[in-house]
Design a protein around this ligand. Sequence first.
Ligand code: PSU
Ligand code: MN
Length: 294
Amino acid sequence: MSRSRRRPRVALESTLLYHGVPRRRGLEVFDRLCAAVEGAGAEPCLIGIVDGSVRVGLGRRSLAQMLAREAVAKVGARGIAGAVARHVCAATTVSATMAIAADAGIAVFATGGIGGVHRGAVASYDESEDLVALSRYPVAVVSAGAKAILDLPRTVERLETLGVPVIGFGTDRFSAFYSNRSPVAVAERVDDVAELARLARVRLGGRYGRGGLLVVTRVPIAHEIAPRTVERAVTAALAQARRQGARGAAVTPAALAALNAIAGGRFLETNIAVVASNARLAAALAVALARRRA
Ligand code: PSU
Ligand code: MN
């Protein structure tokens, strides 16, 4: 089938599946994401690097092989060249997945929460490469805001500095990943997919500045966790990551692992529900974009 006859594609990232959830659950989360994307009429395209080759549309078997390997690196956009040159396997983060999706002509990408400004970044300078990627690659990223372990208000400030449109879909708030109650607002709100597609077309068209956009969804109400509970868990998870000596790129996986182990998997279940609901909206957006193109 020619590309134009195929279903519109939605990019998915491999870091979420390898490092973001317990590895033994990566396949199950992938299946849920695929069902969500396919159910809305689009084609899931899992992105990752296998033995140095950049792969767009990894299948279940390739993912299972990746998940079975020990110590697969987590790479951002800057790490793609090294992974390719050294012929290694790598899980791609939001930034790397955006770079690869843009190259492959995929306009929409679904994830859980983006990386952003870490708490204490004033001293550590730890800011995710995801923010720069959003300002650089013409891809619409559908998320529930940024991960709750981060500093959300400062993340939103940096997105403004970097010129990234931050669009709340059916919400005025910059979702706090586990909760819709958030300390910070989005820049703009859109309430229907057709309008979101029109906005995305202008932005991704690049005429008034190249780069992507961040779509912020609501956390499914049935899976919301109270902000006080989230705060307490995040503080404990970050303290544990620190005790383990996690630095740099290892901070996010270590903190998420600690968080996922707290409260009998409640945070993990919300995380999975959030990613699946983002995948549904991403697919609807991809379909709407393709319809307008036709
Ligand atoms: N959000 C999640 N789980 C994850 C991530 C985000 O719910 O695993 C991953 C994404 O791949 C994101 C990365 O790009 O964490 C950000 O890592 P860092 O903060 O080190 O840039
Ligand atoms: Mn970092």
